[in-house]
Design a protein around this ligand. Structure first.
Ligand SMILES: NC(=O)c1ccc[n+]([C@@H]2O[C@H](COP(=O)([O-])OP(=O)(O)OC[C@H]3O[C@@H](n4cnc5c(N)ncnc54)[C@H](OP(=O)(O)O)[C@@H]3O)[C@@H](O)[C@H]2O)c1
Length: 317
């Protein structure tokens, strides 16, 4: 796979990144259990395959520990591999102070069996007060300090609401952002964030190209978008996308994945995969030829969602 530069970090990553939130075992969000053996086998398959990028987090349940087991079996990260994680509060707490961010990094290092981290994000900043996060003793100060100390090579912010993400980008201290569910066939509200990161030579990483499952499993099997029930209007729109793809004998998932891959300002697209077979399936979806006529039909349907995330769910996300 042709790698892309990760902003100004000097790192290069494959356009597809393994997302590990499903393999941490998160049945409340994904609707199924993932056992340790399956998760470790998935990571081993990723480490020996053509991708060079894994995204995880301190709070993806058991994901970091399971990745650590796979790294131990394999003897560490392959050369030129990039492993990103995120700082989080302790389970059951909302504290993401600077002190907690340091503790979170220590936990990640221990679970992963590493002595320093290449790329660490502040996770879900929408769950925390911006002034506290950016003030003295806050998480941003701690992240910058850990980078200066050499514990972390590069820092970023990973979250949802675009206006808030733009505020973090404007701080000028981060090298990367992860946005999720907001640059897909259903929603393209991340466009201003993509433009802002491009202007600053920051990496834009796009998580959840299937909206957490709907655009690969279909709205009848997976009626949630962005981890909440989708509106009937959105499910109908996705069914029309499925019909358009069917006319060309193609799976909607190929278009959903390539919708993100074809955007050159996106350094990498994070796909949640929790079984080893998903890797080959994902590579095949990325390689599927999509005719221009189908793109025209899909782009027309996709545009409906540009006004924002409220269109597909009644819940605040
Ligand atoms: N705030 C943040 O930082 C943030 C938020 C959201 C996401 N992310 C990152 O982005 C990643 C991707 O998001 P996501 O996992 O929620 O959503 P996603 O990638 O849109 O969808 C993942 C779902 O699609 C399924 N899937 C993947 N490939 C498939 C295939 N070929 N056939 C059938 N089903 C397939 C997975 O099932 P299986 O489990 O069965 O493989 C999983 O249920 C996360 O894992 C995480 O790393 C970060």
């Amino acid at each position: 796979m042709q790698k892309r530069p990760l902003g100004s970090t000097g790192l290069s990553v494959t356009p597809i990144c393994e997302g590990t939130s499903p393999l941490g075992n998160f049945p409340a969000q994904y609707g199924y259990e993932v056992g340790e053996t399956q998760a470790v086998d998935t990571i081993l398959r990723i480490l020996e395959g053509p991708l060079n990028f894994i995204d995880t987090s301190n709070n993806y349940f058991d994901a970091e520990r399971r990745i650590g087991i796979a790294l131990g079996k394999r003897g560490g990260l392959p050369q030129d591999f990039v492993l990103a994680t995120k700082v989080d509060p302790e389970p059951g707490s909302t504290d993401l102070s600077g002190a907690r961010a340091r503790a979170s990094v220590e936990e990640s290092l221990n679970r992963l069996g590493l002595d320093h981290l290449q790329l660490v994000f502040i996770h879900d900043p929408e769950l925390h007060d911006f002034d506290a996060a950016t003030g003295p003793g806050g998480v941003v100060e701690a992240m910058v300090a850990m980078q200066q100390e050499g514990l972390i090579d590069h820092i970023g912010v990973a979250g949802g609401p675009i206006d808030l993400m733009l505020r973090y980008v404007d701080l000028g201290v981060f090298q990367a952002v992860i946005s999720h569910n907001r640059y897909t066939l259903v929603d393209q509200s991340a466009r201003p964030l993509i433009d802002a990161t491009e202007n600053r030579d920051m990496a834009f990483i796009n998580g959840a190209p299937y909206g957490g499952g709907m655009l690969v499993k279909g709205p009848d099997q997976h009626p949630n978008y962005c981890y909440s029930p989708a509106s009937e209007a959105t499910k109908d729109r996705v069914r029309r996308m499925q019909d358009a793809c069917r006319q060309f004998g193609l799976p909607l998932a190929a278009a959903a994945l390539q919708f993100s891959l074809r955007e050159s300002a996106i350094a990498s697209t994070i796909v949640g995969m929790s079984t080893p077979k998903r890797l080959d399936q994902t590579l095949a979806l990325a390689d599927t030829q999509i005719p221009a006529e189908l793109w025209s039909a899909l782009d027309e349907l996709a545009r409906v969602g540009r006004s924002g995330i409220e269109e597909y769910s009644s819940q605040t996300l």
